[in-house]
Structures are given as C-alpha cells and as structure tokens.
Design a protein around this ligand. Sequence first.
Ligand code: 13P
Length: 244
Amino acid sequence: MRRKLAAGNWKMNGTPAMLAGVGALDADAGCEVLLCPPATLIAQMTDHAKGRITVGGQDCHPLAGGAHTGDIAASMLKDAGATYVILGHSERRADHGETNATVSAKTLAAWDAGLTAIVCIGETLETREAGRTLDLIGTQLAGSVPDGATAAGLVIAYEPVWAIGTGKVPTLEQIAEVHDFIRAALETRFGAEGTGTRVLYGGSVKPSNAAGIFAVPNVDGALVGGASLAAEDFNGIIGALAKA
Ligand code: 13P
C-alpha cells in the first residue's frame, strides 16, 4: 500500500510569521502531510510541525560539501530537520539549467544523506502539442532517477510545466495516461519497489479540483505550490486526499 502524500512546495515564499499556519494543518486526516519551505525556515518549521507533518527542502547540491557558495548539502537539510528534498523542479531546470544528469546526481546525494527524493518531471506545452509527452516523460524518468531506487527513497512528481501556476490543469484522462505510464516504467525498472513508489500530480491543484484528480488511478497525492501557502486552502486538498 502506498501512503498518500499531500506535499506543499512554498518555492521562494515564506516568512517566519507564516509558520503559525503549520499548527492549523489537518495532520490527522489520514494521509501524510509534507511542507517544503525555503531552506531558511526548515529548522523553525520542524519545531512547529512537532512531528505531525514532515518537512523537506527544495534542492540540494550533488556533493557532500566544499567550496560551493550559496549551495546547500543534503546532509545540511537533514540536520535542519528535513526528511525529504524536491529535486529537478521545472523551475530549477529552467532557471539553473539542471539536466536529467544533474537531477540524478542530486538524487544520489539525497539518498546518501538519508533523505527521500521527490524527483519532478513534466512536459512543456510545446512538447504536449507535438505529441511527445510520453517520450519526454520516459527520458526524464530514465535519466533523472538513478539505479537502486526504493519506494522509501523515491517519490515522483508529475508536473506539466504549462499547468504550474497557470490555473490550467490537464484533463483527468491526460493525467491518467501519464501516471499509468510512469507506474509501468517504475515497475519495469524497479519491480516491487516501483509498485510501492508514490507518484504525485502537481500543477494548479486547488481544493476545488483536488477530489477529481485524486480519483485518478496511480495518483498517490499532490505536489502543491500556491495553494499550500494558506492552511485553509491546503487543508481542503488534504481533506480531499484523505477521502480519496
Ligand atoms: P502551483 O500549485 O502553484 O501550480 O505549483 C505547482 C508546483 O510547481 C509545485 O511544485
């Protein structure tokens, strides 16, 4: 059984004042709740979470340490209280030129530090309109996830780039097609560990559309941006996932 996961990605948003909302999250609804704030807030958020929710980072460096100004090592996230790290988000692929190989190296670093890696993949609108979505998803998955993945160490987030922050959401059929494809690829490569690996949908998930998305087979939860910033909105999504 895959434990359902409602994950919030605060991106480059968040102030200490917003941590008050952590206590208001519905952590007992029946699914795992994770928040990934900016690295500066991980330790404080971990205190506020009191073990009710899990906390994660949004990126790590592929190396364990050294002369890399401005970067953060996976072990540092862990020391601060994180148990997860988001890797290869499309914003990092776009803003920082991260390739599948970069994401794979970062995933290994995350595993070395004992973190669960949430590896993000997803197509642009151009790729979808060219009918190449599944090709690209297959390539990203193969290149971004290293050998040796386990269900405990890996979560996949399918985030169509054109659905992020736009209010546009793929049809439920489109979501199903990609999630089924990802599940099959994980099982082919990792066997039972692939069956146990959670696959999240991300991109404009709101309380109003969450129940429909969570009813799609092979959707094990969501990676939520904007709607994770306010506890009331995120609780709406958590509640829908718990009932799915
Ligand atoms: P939105 O929920 O704001 O569309 O962001 C999705 C996302 O990128 C989560 O990582």
